[in-house]
Write a new protein. Structure first.
Length: 300
């Protein structure tokens, strides 16, 4: 029964990783940008919710309603004033831009908040550690179940949004070929800005849930970026449904790794990531080699 519990806990943990990775995957799928400031933007959102909850005493679940639009505006502004210009200079410049942004956010938060760790758990009461029984000796954490449900709803909602709304189809068309999309009347600049707003807002939501489930500090962002990147790579870069699968695989690997050895929590996740990455690179090399062979086979 303990293995069932671990599998369930790993799956629910994977829901958080999927939620965290959603914005990273979405931004890359639309704009081909790997946002190295993704984790720090999540921590920024957590800090904003903490400030509101600490100053007013209101629930973080209410405060997040005010913070998410702010995060969306930040994403929109970043795309219009930073990422759009850096994209014109090639692939490397956006990476350097987001890296610099990450450093700026981390040190700005450190300057304001200091190095102390904080948490939103005290502001949500018993819900932070409450659980409910589902049968046998298996109990499920209420907060973990909520995070998993939000991840499924967000990823599924984004998938439906992209498939069945005019704006979603415009985003898909721009992601395929921005120049061609412009020819049929789609404003690619506006589409990119909206996509960045959605990506940063989703990162902000993940950051708030992170602050509810554990402590955080101004320098917690890079570790969250690693988790998000691993989930995206395992599930397939740019795939929303794959992001959920990747998050679950990562969460289950970490949970079983911790069960085998307390130090194996992070190591197990990294090992699974490296195995999947090596497998993908090998398959790509085989396909590329096969394409070259076919090319030479066609020559007279």
């Amino acid at each position: 029964m303990i293995w069932v519990t671990q599998l369930l806990n790993g799956t629910l943990l994977g829901g958080y990783y999927a939620l965290l990775a959603c914005g990273l995957s979405f931004m890359f799928g639309v704009m081909r940008i790997i946002n190295l400031a993704h984790g720090d933007l999540a921590i920024l959102s957590a800090c904003l919710v903490f400030l509101i909850a600490d100053a007013t005493g209101i629930s973080p679940f209410v405060a997040v309603i005010a913070v998410l639009p702010v995060m969306a505006v930040i994403g929109w502004a970043l795309q219009r004033w930073m990422l759009e210009r850096s994209l014109r200079a090639g692939v490397l410049v956006p990476l350097l831009t987001t890296f610099g942004l990450a450093i700026f956010i981390e040190n700005g938060l450190f300057e304001y908040f200091g190095a102390d760790t904080r948490s939103l758990a005290p502001y949500i009461g018993d819900f932070a550690f409450d659980s409910f029984w589902i049968g046998g000796d298996v109990y499920v954490g209420s907060l973990a179940a909520l995070i998993f449900a939000v991840a499924v709803l967000l990823l599924g909602g984004l998938r439906l949004f992209l498939d069945y709304t005019p704006l979603g189809r415009a985003i898909r068309a721009t992601a395929e070929d921005a120049d061609t999309a412009e020819l049929v009347g789609i404003n690619a600049r506006a589409v990119y800005a909206i996509a960045a707003a959605i990506a940063v807002a989703s990162a902000g939501l993940a950051g708030v849930f992170l602050a509810m489930r554990e402590t955080f500090s101004p320098y917690s962002g890079p570790m969250q970026l690693i988790f998000a990147f691993e989930a995206v790579v395992i599930g397939g870069i740019g795939s929303l449904s794959g992001t959920l699968i990747g998050g679950i695989v990562l969460g289950v690997a970490q949970t079983f790794g911790a069960q085998i050895d307390p130090k194996g929590f992070l190591i197990a996740g990294h090992v699974v990531f490296l195995v999947v990455l090596a497998g993908r690179l090998t398959l790509n090399a085989i396909r590329a080699r096969g394409g070259v062979q076919r090319l030479f086979a066609r020559r007279p």
